[in-house]
Structure formats: C-alpha cells, structure tokens
Design a protein around this ligand. Structure first.
Ligand SMILES: [Zn+2]
Length: 386
C-alpha cells in the first residue's frame, strides 16, 4: 500500500519500493532583486535549505542593454532564436531564471509527477503559464501527461547549488533555442545570479540562428540522430547531419578523434562543474614543459582546426590556453594576444565571468609585466648559448 504524506498542504504519494520522499517539498524561491516574484519548486528539504542560504547573496541576472536576438519561426524546428546583430564569441546572449524547478529524479510515478506539476503550474503568474503552454510537446499523450511532456521536451538540467544533484527547469526563452550538432552557443548555470546564461561559443552573424546541442556532440551522426529522434522526435538537419555519405564518414572520424584526446576530457570535467578554468589552465601550463615550445605550435593548431571543422569550439579551450602559454614563453606578444583572447572568450562561453576571465583581461592589457615566465624560453636559450 502506498503511503501518503503531506507537504505544504499538498498530499504527495510515496511510490512503493522507492526512496523515502518524505522530505520532498512544494516550495518557492525568492531572490533579493525580485522580492515580488516566487519561482515555484519541487525539491528536497535539504535543497531548499541550501538555496535559501545562497539566496541572500544572489545578485540580479546579467543583462546587456539590448537582446542580440529575436524569437522567430526557424528553418529547422518550430520557433527559434535568430541573431539580430553580429555576436562576438563569449558574449552574453541571454540570462534568465527558470519558470519553475523540480528535482530531476523524483520518487514518484509519471501520473503522480503530473499532479505535482499541476500544482506548480497553478502557482505561476498567468503570463508565464501562457508561455509554458506554448512550448513544444513531443511526449504527450503517448508517454506522459501534458505538463510532464512539456517539461521533458523543453527542460534543462542544472545544479541549483554547486555540487547539487541534477534538477530540471523550464526557461521561457532558452527553451526555444533549437539544436545543432555544431552549436554556436553554450548554456551554463550561474550560481551567483541563480540564472542560466547563454553565451556565444564562436562568432555568430546577424541573421544566423542561435543553436545549442541537446545530445553528446562527440557521438557519431547515426547515434546523435537516434537520440534526437527518441528524445525529441525530430531529424537533425544540421550541416554535419546532412553531409553526403563520404563527408559524414570523415566528420564521424574527426569527432571520434577529438573524443580520444585527453584535453577533451578536461573540458568535459569543466562542463560538469567539477573543476574551474583556473585549474584547467594549471594543467595545460604544466603540459607545456621544458621542450622547445615552438614544437607544440603546429600540432596544437592542427587540433583547433579539426575541432572548428566540426563546430565544437568549446573543446578548443585547453589548446588555445596551451598556445597562449607557448607564445608567452617565446615572448611573442601578437600571437600571445590572439590565443589568450580566444581562450578568454571560450572560458566566458563555457563558465561565464570568473577569476580566470578577470585575470585574462589583465594579462591581455599588459602581458610583458603580468604573465609569469614571459619570454622565459628565449632567456634560457640566451643563457645556454652564452
Ligand atoms: Zn545534426
């Protein structure tokens, strides 16, 4: 017999054989910059406590003066985000908090979760209810109810505090961003503003669609398409998925090669939030050892070219960092600036503003006096040659 329990006046039912959900709460989060606005949430009590502690120090989401995009009917799938101006790599495209939040894994059946979502939905202001109701739904009625279907079709997974288990949120604008296997933008959750940030991962031209990836972009085309069909019920028509057969084989081979590089694993760890760009920079620096730094230049550039041919720029970060380190050792200011700026922009795209991006800006202004070991290889050569 299923046990029932009550949280905030809502009767939640415990699914037999599952974890004890007795500390799941229907609650809401309020942040100092929007005291009148509550974000409905279905979370564990411990999560609620952590976020409430965090909320005192949360600041308003970052905003540029004007959105660099408009929502329009896309060539690929329903509505989408179209760039209205040229967007530089690393630039903030949008920053927004979720309409509502739920823990990704809830110890309840689909129909029970649908009931909880009805309660969350009822707590949304009418404007936000209307936005949510207009989002795509490829799961209803075959798999689940209409609200859970819309959540599964449009939800983003994020950690509501550092190290938290995954939660799902639906975002009014970001949820309209379509998929590409070579995305030009990347979304990450900023705990400081408690908002998801979408940033350009390479230059985007005015009129180009802003796209993110819904699947593991390092998987081969067939696997990506199968996952997109199973989870989102569409066939990807991106450049890489519509290549003729021979070019598709080459693209798959490049992605497999990128996946095999140890630096790619570093970026995946970074994306999971388990490390910072600073520590990634430390690792990359130590790899550029005492050997002639010039020997690292061509192989590293070759990797960056392979990555950009697949439209997977965020994986270039360890390589652009390594190149900036090499050119610093060589005391080559022009090339240092080029790769340091590129790594700063990729770091922004992946993680937003951080200690690393602040350091990068200082070093870009005055590399000779702020980069440790500037020109060290040239000096060492001078001494040994004397
Ligand atoms: Zn594709």
């Amino acid at each position: 017999m299923a046990a029932t329990f009550e949280a905030n006046g809502i009767k939640l039912q415990q699914a037999s054989g599952d974890d004890d959900p007795s500390d799941v709460l229907l609650t809401g989060f309020v942040f100092p910059d929007q005291p009148q606005h509550t974000i409905p949430a279905l979370v564990l009590k411990s999560t609620k406590d952590r976020i409430q502690q965090l909320s005192a120090t949360v600041s308003a989401p970052l905003h540029d003066l004007e959105n660099p995009f408009k929502i329009t009917t896309s060539d690929t799938a329903g509505q989408g985000l179209l760039a209205t101006v040229d967007i530089q790599p690393g630039r903030l495209i949008l920053s927004e908090r979720p309409l509502f939040v739920t823990r990704s894994e809830l110890p309840a059946s689909s129909s029970q979760i649908e009931t909880y979502l009805q309660v969350l939905f009822a707590r949304l202001p009418q404007v936000q209810q209307a936005i949510f109701s207009k989002l795509e739904n490829c799961k209803f009625p075959l798999e689940c109810g209409p609200l859970l279907g819309r959540l599964r079709t449009n939800g983003f997974t994020f950690n509501p505090y550092p190290g938290a288990p995954p939660h799902a949120g639906v975002f009014a604008t970001l949820s309209r961003c379509n998929h590409s296997c070579g995305p030009n933008a990347f979304a990450h959750f900023n705990h400081q503003t408690w908002a998801i940030e979408l940033r350009a991962s390479r230059a985007i031209k005015a009129g180009e669609e802003i796209v993110i990836s819904y699947v593991d972009v390092l998987d081969p085309c067939l696997k990506r398409r199968a996952q997109l069909a199973a989870n989102y019920e569409f066939t990807c028509k991106c450049k890489w998925c519509t290549f003729p057969k021979s070019k598709k084989v080459e693209s798959d081979a490049r992605r497999t090669e990128i996946a095999s590089w140890p630096e790619t694993k570093l970026v995946q760890v970074l994306q999971s939030g388990s490390t910072s760009v600073q520590s990634l920079f430390g690792e990359t620096s130590s790899q550029a050892g005492a050997v002639n730094p010039s020997a690292l230049i061509m192989p590293t550039i070759s990797k960056i070219v392979t990555i950009s041919r697949e439209g997977l720029e965020p994986f270039s970060l360890p390589h652009t960092l390594a190149l900036s380190k090499v050119y610093a050792q060589l005391g080559d200011e022009k090339n240092y600036q080029k790769w340091r700026m590129s790594s700063r922009d990729l770091s922004l795209a992946l993680c937003g503003e951080s200690e690393e991006t602040a350091t990068a800006s200082q070093q870009l202004d005055d590399p000779v006096n702020t980069v440790s070991g500037w020109g060290s290889y040239v000096e060492a050569q001078g001494i040994s040659g004397a």
